[in-house]
Structures are given as C-alpha cells and as structure tokens.
Design a protein around this ligand. Sequence first.
Ligand code: CP3
Length: 345
Amino acid sequence: MTSEPADSTFLRACHRRPVSHTPVWFMRQAGRSLPEYRAIREGVPMLTACATPDLVTEITMQPVRRYGVDAAILFSDIVVPLRAIGVDLDIKPGVGPVVAEPIRDARAAAALRPIEPDDVSYVTEAVQALTKELGATPLIGFAGAPFTLASYLIEGGPSKNHDHTKAMMYGEPELWHALMDRLTEITLGFLRIQLSAGVSAVQLFDSWVGAVSPDDYREFVLPYTRRIFDGLAGLDAPRIHFGVGTGELLGLLGEAGADVVGVDWRVPLDEAARRVGPGKALQGNLDPALLLAPWEVVERRAGEILARAAGLEGHVFNLGHGVLPGTDPDQLARLTAFVQESSAR
Ligand code: CP3
C-alpha cells in the first residue's frame, strides 16, 4: 500500500518508473455525468462554484469516491485565471466561455496583467483542503495553454474555425506575439500558485491547438508552451501536455518539454510514442464516445489500448478528451476497475 502521493502509480507512471498497475483517471471526471454533481451545482453558476473552496473540494472528491481513480483533478476551468485578473467573461451552460469584449487590439492585450496569489486565494485554499482529504491520491492542477486561451479571448467564445484568432496570428503577428506573451505569464503564474499550494502534477490544456499546422505551431505557439514547461522544470511535479487533433503535432508537443504527452483517440498509442519520441510518458486515449456503447465494446477497446501501451516507457490511461455529459457513470466505474485489474503486474 502507498501512503504518499509520491509513491502513487500515477506519479510513478508519469516519471516512467515501474508501476503495480496502469494508473487511470478521466478528463472531466467531475461534471454533469454525475448525479451528485448536478445536485450540488443546482442554482450555482459555474464560476461561482469554481471560486467557492468547499464546493471545489466536494466536487473534486466526487469522482474519486465513486470510481477509485488513481488521481484527482482540481475542479476549476481554464478561464478562471482570466476572470481573476478582471477579464469580463462568463461560462454559459451548454455553450462554454463567453467574453464580453473580445481582445482584438494592442490596448486590450496590454490590459492583461500578471496573476498574483491573492487573485485566486480560493484556489490555494481548495488545494490545501484537498491534499489533506486525498491522502495518498495525487491532485492534478491545470491551466489553459496560451493558444486555447487566446482563441476564447479573440473570438469572444467557442469557435469552430478560429477565424479571428488566425486572422490575428497571420495578419498582425506583432499583436499575436504580445498577446501570447501576456497569456504565457498568466498561465505560468497560475500553475506556480497551484504547485505552491500543493498539487502533485500539472496539466496544460491546449485543447484547440490541433487547428494549426506544424510550421505555424513552431512559429506561433511552441515558444510559449516551451517557456511554460521550462518555467516549471526542476520541480518533482510531472508536467502533462494535452491537445485534441494533434496527430501531426505530436513531435512538436514532445519538443515543448512536458514529461507526459496526452494523445486523443485518432492516433494509436504505439504510433503516438514513435511520433513523440523517447523520454516521455503518454496519457490516453479511449474515444469518450465509446462509453456510450455497451460495456463489452468498451472493455474490448480498453484492452486494445492497454496492449498498444505495453511497450511504452510510461502510460497513464485516460480518455482522448473529456467525459461526455451523457455518459453513464457505471461505465466509468467498470472501466476504472478493468484498467486497474487487467493491467496489474
Ligand atoms: O477534468 C475535470 O474534471 C476538471 C474540470 C475541468 C472543467 N473545465 C470543468 C468544467 C477542466 C479540466 C476544464 C478545462 C476546460 N474548460 C477546457 C480544457 C479541457 C477540454 O475539455 O478541452 C476547456 C476548453 C474549457 C472551456 C469550457 N468550460 C467548455 C468548453 C465548457 C463546457 C460548456 C458546456 O456547458 O458544455 C466549460 C464549462 C465547464 N467546465 C463545465 C465543467 C464541469 C460544465 C459547466 C457546468 O457543469 O455547468
């Protein structure tokens, strides 16, 4: 039995050390798929919940209690640090983050100031309460990556094609780089605050970066993600880098400097390992939509993922993106047990 997060299968797998079983957790494991989440969120706006330490603690614990996953992830959102430094935005149910005044000029970009611990004291408080309650289960902190944050800020909300974002990137590169520079400082600051408060690992969500080509990633995004991972080097906390639709970017994600690269369901893990290169653990990569199929299908596909992962230096089982709100929690309970038991060694 382990008694400290440091001995946990999750942190060991991230560090590419031998494990007693493949650790498993799920992006968006807390959320609308859980009846106990829907009950506690009744009448409480998303950003209010994120700023209330008791609610953050309880919601973070819900999937840990129910599934026995190998890691917890702080209940929050990628736009929390932006709201905390004064950006007028909200999270609309069924839509996502909506920004009152999209950022499209140098004046608006320059108004994004660095984040201070006092701006998010509720995050520090929740992390401290959680690390006590979680005991040996590690807590993952997270932040949105500059590209994905920039997309919400420039578009003003969720976007399919990221038109305004790319228009700025290609048409006003100086403004683009100034905005990415600001967002990099905010993201790095927010992750450092969570690490100081006690999280055991951090995940950088660059959910929408799959929209850019490798050459554009190298020029317009890589310098910033690299600065974030470099800024967190030398701590014992593993750094996880996640994006969706990143098949053609996996080599560059490897170059950006994380310890663990997240892979969506489009690239098999053994092929992903070749693209990412040596010296990295991988996290993934069951299609979250598979959980809407009968258990026998989920079990077969999860078994295939574990088989593909057999030769990896380190593997953390996860979905290729977040849990869909219509997912039956019993499927996730069975999947957790299946991964932990069938990978036991
Ligand atoms: O994984 C977890 O359990 C931790 C919680 C978490 C949330 N948001 C809670 C949330 C995490 C890690 C995030 C990150 C996040 N937020 C990302 C990156 C991860 C990803 O999915 O790609 C992005 C792109 C966002 C922006 C965002 N916030 C979206 C697209 C939405 C969904 C809008 C909707 O209602 O469908 C949100 C809101 C949000 N964040 C919810 C949750 C549980 C749903 C709000 C609710 O329950 O009312």
